[in-house]
Design a binder for this molecule. Structure first.
Ligand code: UD1
Ligand code: CA
Length: 461
């Protein structure tokens, strides 16, 4: 049967107390709704419709990278049943199964989604509800059963004291037969504590008509945790990160303190790499085998080779580091930096759009921006590429085997030829030919006996 996906994401998210739409808050580096879309993609829906509310523009902008999404604006937001009704025109003429997901329930697994579809279609149900049995059901709709059968769902605010004891909850995730669905939803009334149109009321309506309503109860209730508050956001983040670190450890990564390793879902790490406490690996970062990443490192959208050592407190953003290189401590690799094999970037060194060739070293206190640096080059402490003249950026080229003495300024555009030397403290404004020595610092004068004369003058006064 065709599967059509609807994701509800129009709610105000009042309890988040945020200027940002709730479903754009992030877990493990990804907005909540991206987690939902990633799970839903595994069942290959024929169509995907997202119900959005105010700040609709923020949401569509955030999802601009996805193709084939249909947006429906629900304004005002009168409840989950009302939200589903707004998709009726978008789904006109469709048949099959409608899968309804919540944008604020991000941990659902593809396996559960598949079970939901299978159970629903095998039973020929009008509706199938995903439920869970939880320790603390507070805030969720409760599943009221008569015998084995689900009879209705009652919201927290409308539940009697006895009903509040029920620990089986509604996940807000459903499968519906599209045929007759919208007519049935239209008959839902807003007669409840919140004066909203509750989609869960559909269960009682279908059951009274004698239609088949099924349930799928997940064994791990974590899967269907909904996020309504910042506390819940943090709790779910914790669970998602624990899952990720457990996966990495199963694949041969040593994580010294999983509680403080922040590894986004999209990150890959090779076997025998060691993550020390307090590392942050973000976005699409790829880390090779046998690396060692020390505390305080933040690595984002970077590509790190094998056996690389990243010492404490480095920031590596959108950069590449090849095999056997060593970075830090306190190094900053900015966008499009490319550190080649065996190279060494040390303390307080910043790279931007710079290639540091194989075996080259910039060990201390340097700024290397818009530079192409060859192999086995030595960059002395305090070297600065002056790449910006206040109007435009220019390139510095340092060829293989060159030696740049400490405290030199290389005023771009400029080229230091192969094997050339730059004397310490030079300001280099012109190209240095291969094999030459360039010195620009003034000649040194020594004034013999100057200190003694100065002291004598002072005491004489
Ligand atoms: C809902 C269910 C509850 C269930 C819980 C699971 C209802 C009435 N209650 O409660 O039984 O246990 O989810 O997490 O459905 N939304 C809209 N438009 C609206 C209202 C909500 O698009 O007018 C969206 C929200 O953005 C959200 C989802 O629907 O993604 C659920 O809404 P929310 O207000 O969070 O419902 P809950 O109170 O959590
Ligand atoms: Ca919710």
């Amino acid at each position: 049967m065709d599967i059509h996906l609807v994701i509800l994401a129009a709610g105000k998210g009042t309890r988040m107390k945020s200027a940002r739409p709730k479903v754009l808050h992030r877990i493990a580096g990804q907005p909540l709704i991206e987690h939902v879309l990633a799970c839903a993609a595994t069942i290959h829906p024929r169509s995907t419709t997202i119900v959005i509310g105010h700040q609709a523009g923020d949401l569509t902008a955030a999802l601009a990278g996805h193709h084939g999404l249909t947006y429906v604006v629900q304004e005002p937001q009168l409840g989950t049943a009302h939200a589903l009704m707004t998709t009726e025109p978008a789904l006109a003429g469709r048949s099959g199964t409608l899968l309804l997901l919540s944008g604020d329930v991000p941990m659902l697994t593809p396996a559960t989604l598949q079970t939901l579809v299978n159970t629903h279609e095998t039973a020929g149900a009008a509706a199938t509800v995903v439920t869970a049995i939880v320790e603390n059901p507070h805030g969720y709709g409760r599943i009221v059963r008569t015998g084995e059968q689900i009879a209705r769902i009652v919201e927290q605010k409308d539940a009697s004291p006895e009903e509040r004891q029920i620990r089986e909850i509604n996940s807000g995730i459903y499968a519906f037969a599209i045929e007759g669905l919208f007519d049935a939803v239209r008959s839902i009334a807003a007669e409840n504590a919140q004066k909203e149109y509750y989609l869960p009321d559909l269960v009682a309506i279908y059951r009274q008509r004698g239609a088949i309503v099924e349930t799928v109860t997940v064994s791990n209730a974590d899967e269907i945790l909904g996020i309504n508050t910042r506390v819940e956001l943090a709790a779910v983040s914790r669970i998602v990160r624990d899952r990720k670190t457990a996966e990495l450890m199963a694949d041969g990564v040593t994580i010294e303190d999983p509680a403080t390793a922040y590894v986004d879902t999209g990150v890959t790490v090779g076997a025998d790499t060691i993550l020390h406490p307090g590392v942050s690996l973000e976005g699409r970062t790829i880390i090779g085998r046998g690396c060692e990443i020390h505390s305080g490192a933040r690595i984002c959208d970077a590509h790190i080779g094998d056996r690389v050592i990243v010492l404490n407190h480095c920031v590596i953003m959108n950069a590449t580091v090849a095999d056997d290189a060593c970075i830090g401590p306190f190094a900053h690799l900015r966008a499009e930096s490319d550190v080649r094999a065996n190279a060494r970037v040390g303390n307080f060194v910043e790279l931007k759009k710079t290639v540091l060739g194989a075996g080259s070293k910039a060990n201390h206190l340097a700024y290397l921006g818009d530079a192409t640096i060859g192999e086995k080059v030595n960059i002395g402490a305090g070297t600065i590429t002056c790449n910006y003249d206040g109007v435009s950026k220019s390139q510095t080229v340092i060829e293989d085997g060159a030696f740049v003495g400490s405290d030199s300024q290389l005023i771009a555009p400029v080229t230091i030829g192969k094997g050339a030397y730059v004397g310490s403290g030079s300001t280099i404004r012109e190209n240095v030919p291969a094999g030459a020595l360039a010195v620009s610092a003034g000649k040194q004068r020594n004034l013999d006996g100057w200190v003694a004369r100065k002291k004598k003058n002072k005491s004489g006064k």
